[in-house]
Design a protein around this ligand. Structure first.
Ligand code: TUI
Length: 311
């Protein structure tokens, strides 16, 4: 029985990088892995051949473990599910759906499969299907989200499954890590705080928008369409909210979200970009290196724990 995540993933720190479609390139994933976390190539938004190239790039840049995140709503998900097998990828995380149809093939290939889930019921389903761990994602997260908060979800899901739970949503410092572990998690996944790093291959406007954000600066677009997405507030987000009120079809809204994510990532288009980021943006005040982020989260977390006086 795996007791901790570093044992399962062979990483220095109990941390996984979030999938982050269109952002998490092979090079970025290699940076994360070289800094002691589990780097992931964010396959959402790319076709199979692009993902294959990013995998090759990542292999050339790190000898540490890394994985691929497969966004299951992607039209290329099926292709990518096979490519990760062909490329000998050892760890896969999934998001935005159930990986059920791929599970047997991945397990047969000896892969570690870690689905992202937004609820207890899905966590239980994933455990039964053979998942090695689950990432329980609170609604504080950026991007496509569920309803439950990290605070409510982590203890409930930790009680409901035997496999390790990795917490995500609202974690950006050592207090967040400690809270996640106190709630039953065995590891954390980080997204937003890794966007505000020198290594993140996104436009400087994106990083500065996170650094400049306050607690209430995110909104959720697409509630009621079945694909709620948390982004930093701007003109595009307000327009999106108005469009969904007017009943614009889901497929069109999704196109708008993914298209405008690219505008944020590559052009730093402050008006028309979709700046996916979590509620914890308000806690992030500077752009650092990935190494500095990991060190600030983990190196003194045990000392911090011992300082807590509860009663
Ligand atoms: O997937 C994410 N975050 C994402 S994906 C993404 S790209 C995108 N852009 C526009 C619209 C939609 C996606 C940006 N951010 N996080 C993991 C996550 N998975 N959050 C919620 C879920 C989830 C939801 C339903 C997982 C499983 C699930 O299962 C439904 C079912 O029963 O099949």
């Amino acid at each position: 029985m795996i007791k901790n995540i570093t044992e399962l993933l062979h990483t220095k720190y109990p941390v996984i990088q979030g999938g982050m479609a269109n952002i998490a390139t092979g090079e970025f994933a290699a940076h994360v892995s070289n800094a002691g976390g589990l780097g992931l190539i964010g396959a959402g938004g790319w076709d199979g051949e692009t993902v294959r190239n990013e995998i090759k790039k990542c292999k050339s840049l790190t000898n540490q473990p890394f994985g691929v995140n497969i966004m299951l709503m992607s039209p290329h998900a099926k292709d990518i599910a096979q490519i990760v097998i062909d490329e000998g990828i050892k760890i896969v995380t999934t998001g935005a759906g159930s990986p059920g149809i791929y599970m047997d093939a991945w397990k047969k290939a000896g892969m570690i499969v870690i689905p992202v889930v937004p609820s207890v019921a899905l966590g239980i389903r994933m455990e039964r299907m053979g998942a090695d761990a689950i990432i329980a994602e609170g609604t504080e997260s950026g991007g496509h989200i569920g309803e439950l908060t990290t605070m409510a979800l982590i203890p409930q899901i930790s009680d409901a499954v035997k496999i390790p739970v990795i917490a995500t949503g609202g974690i950006a410092d050592q207090r967040g890590v400690l809270a996640a572990f106190a709630l039953g998690a065995k590891g954390v996944q980080l997204g937003t705080v890794l966007l505000a790093t020198h290594e993140a291959p996104i436009h400087i406007n994106y990083k500065e928008k996170i650094v400049g954000a306050k607690d209430t600066d995110t909104v959720v677009t697409g509630r009621g369409t079945g694909a709620p997405v948390r982004v930093l507030k701007n003109k595009m987000a307000v327009e999106y909210l108005n469009m969904s009120k007017e009943g614009v079809p889901l497929a069109e809204l999704e196109k708008l979200t993914l298209g405008s994510l690219r505008k944020a990532v590559f052009q730093g288009d402050l008006d028309h970009g979709s700046f996916m980021a979590g509620q914890i943006s308000g806690l992030i005040h500077e752009i650092r290196s990935i190494k500095e982020v990991f060190s600030s989260l983990f190196d003194e977390v045990n000392a911090y724990k011992n300082q807590l006086e509860i009663m």
